[in-house]
Design a binder for this molecule. Structure first.
Ligand SMILES: [Fe+2]
Length: 304
């Protein structure tokens, strides 16, 4: 079994490019990189050409996810694992590979309908990354872009796909009895980041994506980002707190596509040699995240 090594990039369908660029630069601190045509632009947050691709297509949802592998040999082995697991694999088109600025990629559709790409050869921008607002930059590197929380049609099918076909390891499971029924989550890692993808079983959720996390290099970046949200009228969906499982100190802001962006610092890392899968039976954070319990409980099976 081989594993993908990191969350390389995500593609988001948007309907308001100006608002996205304003949020990305003036609050998050990312750089906008022009795309090849008017309907595409990129967001840069480290030495990669981009970590996010924005497509002006009105979907306001996650369009595709790119998982990086070190080289073509590992790419072929991952493709083989996916096919042996009974899922269809196709080669990326020349346009797709060029669009991602990668060397090669393969594609399949995950159990939640998400276009899932595995690629190698990310383009390095040799010019140092300069945040677009005063902040100390993002913790990416070997741990990748950050993490995504996906609304799963089936938690078990999602875990099977990412663990058994892409090589992820389980960080923890959360099962909580809420007034509307049991809410189930799973958190998975493919490198030292506590989780690069997580699932909440919510088959009726209107969007595939719940939130994307960006981890900053300093706690002050999180605090100053929150100040900017308050002063510029960007809604804070879940206020400051520290998560029980990954120990991330973070808050969640709204974005123009109406899902959340988590802005955090200080997440703990995982050593596979000693990690033992954890089980949580409550939503509570170590402190703060005041709105989290209600947000998660609203996704219980009996809630609309
Ligand atoms: Fe998160």
């Amino acid at each position: 079994m081989v594993s993908v090594s990191q969350l390389g990039y995500v593609g988001i369908g948007i309907s308001d490019e100006k608002a996205w660029h304003d949020l990305a630069t003036n609050i998050l601190g990312m750089q906008v990189v022009p795309g090849d045509d008017k309907s595409t632009s990129y967001l840069r947050m480290d030495e990669y050409h981009h970590r996010m691709e924005l497509r002006l297509n009105g979907s306001d949802d996650l369009e595709f996810v790119g998982w990086e592998v070190p080289d073509s040999a590992i790419l072929q082995r991952v493709a083989q694992q996916i096919e042996e697991g009974g899922m269809k694999v196709t080669a990326g088109t020349r346009d797709e590979v060029d669009d991602r600025r990668a060397i090669d990629l393969i594609k399949c559709v995950d159990p939640n309908g998400i276009s899932t790409e595995v690629f190698w050869g990310h383009p390095v921008n040799q010019q140092p990354f300069h945040p677009a607002r005063p902040m100390s930059g993002f913790k990416t590197g070997d741990m990748g872009l950050g993490h995504i929380l996906v609304h799963a049609r089936s938690l078990d099918e999602s875990v099977r796909f990412y663990r058994d076909l892409l090589g992820f390891r389980i960080s923890d499971f959360t099962d909580v009895n809420a007034p509307g029924g049991k809410v189930r989550l799973a958190f998975l890692h493919c490198n030292a980041r506590h989780h690069s993808i997580a699932f909440i079983e919510a088959p009726r959720a209107p969007k595939r994506i719940n939130h994307i996390l960006f981890e900053c290099n300093s706690l002050n970046d999180v605090g100053s980002g929150r100040d900017l949200c308050l002063s510029r009228g960007v809604p804070v969906a879940i206020d400051l707190g520290c998560h029980m499982n990954d120990h991330m100190v973070s808050f969640y802001m709204a974005n123009p596509s109406n899902f959340a962006l988590e802005y955090g610092w200080g997440g703990r890392t995982i050593d596979d040699a000693s990690w033992q899968v954890e089980h949580y039976t409550a939503f509570d954070s170590i402190w703060g995240h005041a709105q989290l319990r209600d947000v998660v409980a609203s996704m219980a099976p009996g809630k609309k």
